[in-house]
Design a protein around this ligand. Structure first.
Ligand code: ADP
Ligand code: NA
Length: 330
């Protein structure tokens, strides 16, 4: 039987992925490409709804794709492409926009949060209709499964409503997708503020571990990670968030249980744990960084892989859009 179609997008909104992205998202995407007909899209159409610079956006788009391939997204097994290479996204987005209530779109909490953050003069119609384009991204491929974080659940609900609305008005056309939260994975916290999640939007980079950073920078950040004064290596998120974060990272990158890691380091100092962690991080990120840099140095090969992905994605997107056009009398 055909594998179920899975769609997921990532914004090219940073120079490098960080450890949270790697553990929380990328490792799942790599694992899911076996079970699913997976489509992974670098969503640059979405990225221009926040402030951006064209040159930087172009570099980040390629670097994001390169890191995915380097980490294990197989462009033969999965469909990996850049959104703007497939114009059908925008075309279907327009059509779905005509089926979306103004009030319905206005209830999207992510829009409300972001527009408040950006200020009224920087809020655009594009940001407002972002969830409609996201619906188009998913419906274009007749995706059955969409892995999402909790913050995207409302957008998946809108996508389902639009699919059902279109189907009931114009006849069975779209697969109604299901959002799902992939198997529980470790949440990674900031090294300097270990009760806040590691995020590219953190006030400083001191708490980040990034895939593409120089290993010396990463080691320094790990050695300076916030711990506590009791000096004992134990896992206790409430009383010892810093040490617990280091233990959880060590466990997830070395594929071991936290208890086993605690046992290994019982009686050692925090410095020993940090040194060992820096080595495990480099053991994981070193080869990914090297492969990413090779891909970025050979633009021709990277662009060929992305073109191939776009060709495959376009062929599938066109089938859906042809059917949609027929249904609405175009
Ligand atoms: P950021 O917070 O850096 O802006 P995004 O919101 O772009 O990251 O998240 C991209 C993906 O990475 C999402 O699937 C998200 O769940 C995952 N992710 C981001 N930060 C973390 C983290 N600290 N721990 C685990 N997963 C994370
Ligand atoms: Na974010």
């Amino acid at each position: 039987p055909a594998k179920p179609v899975l769609f997921s997008g990532m914004q090219p909104s940073a120079d490098s992925l960080h450890l949270g992205n790697y553990v929380g998202a990328l490792t799942n995407w790599i694992a899911m490409q076996e079970e699913y007909d997976a489509i992974y899209c670098v969503v640059n159409d979405h990225a221009i709804t926040s402030q951006f610079s064209p040159e930087q956006l172009h570099e980040r788009t390629l670097a994001t794709a390169a890191q995915y391939i380097a980490a294990g997204i197989d462009p033969e097994k999965s469909t990996l492409y850049v959104q703007s290479d497939v114009l059908e996204h925008a075309q279907l987005g327009w059509i779905l926009g005509t089926l979306t209530g103004f009030g319905e779109a206005g209830r999207m909490t992510q829009f409300k949060d972001k527009s408040q953050r950006y200020g009224a003069d920087k809020t655009t119609v594009g940001l407002f209709t972002y969830p409609v384009l996201m619906a188009a991204d998913i419906l274009l491929f007749q995706a059955k499964k969409v892995p999402v974080g909790i913050d995207q659940k409302q957008h998946i609900e809108l996508t389902r409503n639009l699919a059902e609305r279109f189907n009931s008005r114009f006849g069975e056309t779209f697969q109604v997708p299901e959002g799902f939260i992939p198997q529980a994975t470790a949440k990674i916290y900031d090294l300097q503020e270990p009760t806040a999640k590691m995020s590219k939007s953190a006030a400083t980079d001191a708490g980040l571990i990034s895939v593409l950073d120089d290993p010396k920078v990463t080691k320094k950040r790990i050695m300076r990670a916030v711990t506590d004064a009791d000096g004992e290596i134990r896992f206790d998120r409430d009383a010892k968030p810093g040490v617990s974060n280091l233990l959880a990272i060590y466990a997830s990158l070395s594929g071991r249980e936290i208890d086993a890691v605690v046992e290994e380091f019982a009686g050692s100092g925090y410095g020993d744990l940090k040194k060992a962690l820096a080595e495990v991080v480099e053991g994981t990120f070193g080869p990914i960084r090297e492969r990413t840099n090779e891909l970025l140095a050979d633009r021709g090969e990277l662009e060929r892989l992305l073109q191939q992905g776009a060709d495959r994605a376009r062929e599938r997107a066109q089938q859906t859009l042809d059917l949609v056009y027929e249904r609405i009398g175009f």
